[in-house]
Ligand binder design. Sequence first.
Ligand SMILES: Cc1cc2nc3c(=O)[nH]c(=O)nc-3n(C[C@H](O)[C@H](O)[C@H](O)COP(=O)(O)OP(=O)(O)OC[C@H]3O[C@@H](n4cnc5c(N)ncnc54)[C@H](O)[C@@H]3O)c2cc1C
Length: 396
Amino acid sequence: MENQETFRREVANWLEENCPPAMREPARPEDLYNGGSKGEFPCEDARLWFERMLARGWTAPDWPEEYGGAGLNKDESKILKQEMKRLGCRPALAAGQGLAMLGPALLEYGTEQQKREHLPKIARGEVRWCQGYSEPGAGSDLANIQCKAEDKGDHFLVNGTKIWTSNADAADWIFCLVRTDSEAPKHEGISFVLMDMAQQGVSVSPIELISGDSDFCQTFFDNARVEKRNMLGEQNKGWGVAKRLLQHERTLMSELSELAVGPRYSPSEIARRYLPMADGKLLDGNLRQQLTQYDMDAMVMGLAKQKAFEEGRQGTLDPNTTSFFKYYATELDQRCSELKLALMGTQGLGWEGEGFDSDERMEARHWAHSKILTIAGGSSEIQLNVVAKRVLQLPD
Ligand SMILES: Cc1cc2nc3c(=O)[nH]c(=O)nc-3n(C[C@H](O)[C@H](O)[C@H](O)COP(=O)(O)OP(=O)(O)OC[C@H]3O[C@@H](n4cnc5c(N)ncnc54)[C@H](O)[C@@H]3O)c2cc1C
């Protein structure tokens, strides 16, 4: 415990000294550095911050040093995260598909060669990854994927398509679920492969959204080649790897509020900023009740996470509980945004333009963005199904 407090003080001092002030301002998703061969630093301070964090191994703090991390244990990693949040330090490298999803899966399932080849490049931000799971006929029913990989001895030839591939046009490599046995029951004919996107036979078509942005792409494979040494786990046993990676994705999504990204104020702070108070209480009884309920639910969520952290350390945590945390954290995040806009009144409508400060514009945009959270990474309904079946063991 004393060691942990010493470590916390050291971390806090180092962050105070090394995190440039601009990197402690609230960040929008586009303010973060994502790495990859096409990645650009949003500003010089972002580059400096990244280089300093990288030198300490803190872009991937809990990965072993030989794979580009700092070898921190669970408690130390948590302390680092807590201090970064407390001091408002942005992530130096965005926790995307490589760092937060494929990396942990590689640590668990990868061969030594795969770990040495891929992990350091992720930690150093040299290679950006995207996720090739969903297909036009396989979203919630993910095991229905049809993208086919034909066995050619030392390699596969892949044909088919993936959809909703976030940032595929900015990525260097893609991890993909492919069908390697069409005769077997659907969960048993899937393999998990790693593919270089800079090859003939891989093409990407951005999907334009109503906002004019295009964060998503459709990805096409036309006789694309995957060496067998780039298969993660055994042939036709990819479903187990896929599910494990989803647990990491769901953990990431349940911990978004623990990162110093997005709006800076909590609902209580927003209430104090925008609404009349009497004796420290909101005058509007309805909003006061909603605020109290939200604060209580957020506190319960924090305690549940702390309990899960302790169980994780003792090795007794059921990994399927990640579905509960993904479900509840993303629903809570949406409620938080709704509540803040209600508290802000007309100032909560500030998408852009004069009359709205940057915090107000960020709140409105975060509110819109929060809508995706209960779909991406598996919808809320699917998380409830997983909890019902695998955690509570309810019958079908
Ligand atoms: C922002 C964002 C980023 C994404 N990025 C990626 C990515 O990078 N790579 C990738 O592969 N995919 C990505 N996806 C796709 C995502 O995984 C799917 O959208 C999600 O799994 C839901 O699948 P679907 O869209 O096909 O909806 P469907 O599966 O068609 O579901 C439609 C509705 O039916 C409900 N439903 C379906 N089946 C059941 C059931 N059995 N019980 C109860 N309700 C059910 C769902 O909850 C949902 O409300 C992304 C999605 C979003 C929103």
